[in-house]
Each structure stands twice: as structure tokens, then as C-alpha cells.
Design a protein around this ligand. Sequence first.
Ligand code: ACO
Length: 427
Amino acid sequence: MATKYVNAVISEEQNENSLPVLDGTLGPSAVDIQTLYARHSLLAFDPGFRSTAACKSAITFVDGDKGILLYRGYPIEELAESSSFVEVAYLLMFGDLPTPAQRQQFDLAIGNHNLLHEQVLSFYRGFRRDAHPMAVMVGVVGALSAFYHDVMNIRDANDRQLAAIRLVAKMPMLAAASYTYSVGRPQRYPNNKHDYATNFLQMMFGTPVQEFAVDPVLARALDVIFILHADHEQNASTSTVRLAASSGANPFACIAAGIASLWGPAHGGANEAVLKMLMEIGSVENIPKVIDRAKDKNDSFRLMGFGHRIYKNFDPRSRVIQGQAKKVLAHLGKDDPLLEIAMRLEEIALKDEYFIERKLYPNVDFYSGILLRAMGFPMNMFTAVFAVARTAGWVSHWLELQEESHGIDRPRQLYVGKTLRHYPGGK
Ligand code: ACO
């Protein structure tokens, strides 16, 4: 069969074949193909969604060619410098920075909902002690839907807001408990005298028998990590949350689906994979061998923490994370050889034709593992930290989706299987 083509011409003239072009406030315009099938019996084919705007969104903007990331219009570098995670969570959820009174109310709401139901803590004992924290989080966050299902109506804006706040508020204790359970330590509760990041640190690393010594440099570094990971428009986990939510599913179950998607090494699991890779490299002399492996088409190995579906330039978050990693290591008086390997690897890769041609730059995960390790986080908690932060983005997209009315998301397919055939011996 001869290949056929659709020749799209963008013009201001309209005829019976025209499809409207929609303009956003920033970024590329989008062809509105919603009527394509009804009018032309044609589907759009875009596996991997490389050219698909799956929805309209007013939350986060990424310009991957220029290396720009904006939350509700504010550059990520400015928020990382001057804001706090809780303020950013408010911004993402409600659209604007809070006034002092709104901030106070939001803090109060987070403080009112940051405890876990005691019965939830008993779930942890059902997991193997060596279970990966992300496996535990998928299970426990999903299980929260059993606690807050009958009492919430997703058609009610107040109930929706409460569910979103509950998720952001409870996530630090949920994540910390997946770690303390694995090391057999009793779980501390949040303390409302602490800010969000400090509370997470004290629940992770504190014990009930001692006052927790707050290190403001580490608390600020964690807050910055949370800000940088809070949202990233329609990434795999956020799209998973939106798809699950489009059926009207319980928000806790939707966020559990997002956590599952985040876990993979091509997404949030990359920071764990980066650190493992740096450890395997072991010393600067071994870098050329690793670069050769990454370039070898017959080897499935990829340079972890490099490349991004959207960024074809520096990921603006990677620069901020690198700065924080250096700051924390200097503050702790530590000298991590992995930082030197990472910086040298970046330098060599960025001069290599293979990486230049494909526009492969370090992404947010390249330095975040080094920073989290310096702060004392075990490697298997890295993605769980990411999940705590990304919950702010997931619930913001969930809230935004509930305001829309396009119904259930139901992609179509290009069927390439067998055509009709009959069961042998049948009539
Ligand atoms: N190392 C070596 N080569 C790479 C890498 C890498 N890290 N990333 C992409 N490439 C190559 C591919 O082999 C391909 O080469 P080819 O054109 O010769 O076939 C080309 O660059 C384009 O790669 P794609 O897979 O088409 O790029 P895509 O946009 O689909 O992938 C991804 C993006 C998944 C992030 C990829 O770059 C990757 O696997 N990186 C490593 C994992 C990682 O760091 N993930 C974290 C992403 S950030 C986040 O989720 C927070």
C-alpha cells in the first residue's frame, strides 16, 4: 500500500478540512485535533507523546530549548533562592503566592493534617523489612483512600482542597515511616514548631528519646530540593495521576499511581541510579570507559542523570542542586569523591560530540543523589524524597483537572494485530 500523507498548511483561511490552532500564553501552539476522527476518520499517532499537548494547564511552564522552568510564572531559580516549599506548594495549588494571612492559614491546615491515622502505621509491619521505600509508599498512600473515601466528595471544592492538603501534609511522615520501619526505629511524630523540611528530617533521623538537633543548613538544602522537585508539568507521573483522576478515582489512589510511575529509573528513580553509577565508576580515570559504553549502540547502558525528554539545554534545576551539594559538603566538612567524579564526567560529556549532537545535558537527578547522600539519606530513600516534593505538583494537577469537563481520558490506538479470523471448527 502506498504511503499517504496529510499536508498541513497553517493559514488564517478556514475550509471544511481546517483544524484550529490554539495559542497558549507561552510555548508552542497546538493543533486542536479533537474533531479529526469525527470529520476524517483519522487518529493522531504519537506514541511517547512527543508532539501531544494532552491538556491545557496553567501551573508550570518549561522551555526545554532555553532551559527555563516557571511555576505559575515565577522562575525556579528565584523560588529556590527566596521562597519556601510550603509557599511553593500554595502557589502551585492556588495560582498565586499567599498573602501573610493566607500563608498562616495554610501552615495551620498543614499542621492540622500532618499526622497519620495510627492504624496506617500498623500497615508498615505487613511489609518485609527490606522492602524498597517506594514499594511501601505505593501501598500505603493507596491505602489512605480506604480512610478518606466515604467522607469526601470530589464534586465539592472544599472536600477536594482538604484531600490535597491532607496529601501534602501527611507525605513526610509516610515517607519517613517507610525508612524507620526498615531500620527498626520507632517513628517520631511531626512537631508543629518545626517547618516542613525540618519535620521531615527529624522524623527520618531523630529518635523519641532525644531532642533533635536541627541543622538549618541541611533543612534549607532539603527545602530547596523540595522546591526544585515540586512540579514539572506533564511528566510521566503527573500524566499518570491525571489519567487515573479522569475516571473520578479517589485522589489518594491517584497519587499512589503517580508514585508508581515516579519510581522507574527513567523518571524519579534516576537519582538512585546516578549514585550507583558514580560508585561503580569509582575514580576519575574510569570515566572515558563509561562514556564509551554510553555511546555504544550495542550496549543498553545510558549515562544516568543525563538527557531529558524536554530539556535540550541545561536543566535549570541541576545548577541549583550542584550549588547546594557543594554548600552542604563544605558545611559538613566532607569531601565526597563522587562529586569530583560527577563534575569531571559532566565536563567530559559536554565536550563529547555524541552528547553535543543529541543535546544531552545533566538533569536534576545528576547531583541530587550526591546532595541527599551528604545529608545522610540512604540511597533507596532518594526517590521517596522526590515523591514527597512532587505531591505538591500532583495534587495541583489533580485540582486543576477537577475544574475541567473533558471527561475520562481514553487514548485510541493504531491496531496492528490479526484481522478477523474464525475459531477452528466453529460455525
Ligand atoms: N546516555 C546516553 N545516550 C543517551 C542518553 C543517556 N543518558 N539519553 C539519551 N541518549 C541518546 C539515545 O540513545 C538516543 O540516541 P540515538 O538518537 O542515537 O538513538 C538519543 O540520545 C535520544 O534519546 P531518547 O531516548 O529518544 O530520548 P528521550 O527524550 O526519549 O529520553 C530520557 C529521555 C529517558 C530522560 C533519557 O535521556 C534517559 O534515559 N536518561 C537517563 C535517565 C535519566 O537521567 N532520567 C531522569 C530524567 S529527569 C526526571 O525524570 C526527573
